[in-house]
Write a new protein. Structure first.
Length: 160
């Protein structure tokens, strides 16, 4: 376990992925703008907390974290989730509340063990009905629901 919460971190070094036996990582409440692609080398990682940062995207390599069961990326600036998230066969909880997501990748439907997708702080059920649509901008199949798109208020807080 490695806890680096509330340290005003602005980045994680690329060689961060060399900690191959790491099972739990928490870097919540920092100033991270990105997660290095080497996160994909953390094949034993089971729990990843990256809440309350300044993340605008997750690296596609996150899909290589085959043992990941909890991914908490709430209260960032995420606008989309990489389709590689669908490779996380052991993922049980995905927390994305308080971001700027418009939709979700359809590959999420490939995750057999997913018990919860949290898109809002006030969400009452862990799983919501998701609808498949075509994104008019990318022409890709995506998932939507009544909690998407996530919008920010003028104070910076998320409406949902």
């Amino acid at each position: 376990m490695l806890r680096l919460d509330k340290n005003h971190l602005e980045y994680l070094p690329e060689h961060f992925g060399n900690m191959k036996s790491l099972e739990e990582l928490s870097v919540a409440d920092n100033n991270l703008r990105s997660i290095p692609s080497s996160v994909g080398l953390l094949r034993k990682l089971r729990t990843l907390y990256i809440d309350n940062n300044l993340l605008v995207e997750l690296p596609p390599e996150i899909g290589s974290c085959q043992n990941l069961s909890l991914l908490s990326a709430a209260r960032n600036r995420l606008q989309h989730i990489p389709s590689e998230i669908g490779h996380l066969a052991n993922l049980r909880v995905l927390s994305l509340a308080g971001n700027l997501l418009i939709n979700l990748p359809v590959s999420i439907l490939n995750i057999p063990s997913l018990d919860a997708i949290w898109l809002s702080q006030s969400q009452s059920k862990p799983l919501l009905p998701l609808n498949q649509e075509i994104d008019p901008e990318t022409n890709q199949h995506v998932l939507t629901c009544y909690l998407l798109p996530q919008l920010r208020s003028y104070s910076g807080e998320c409406f949902f």
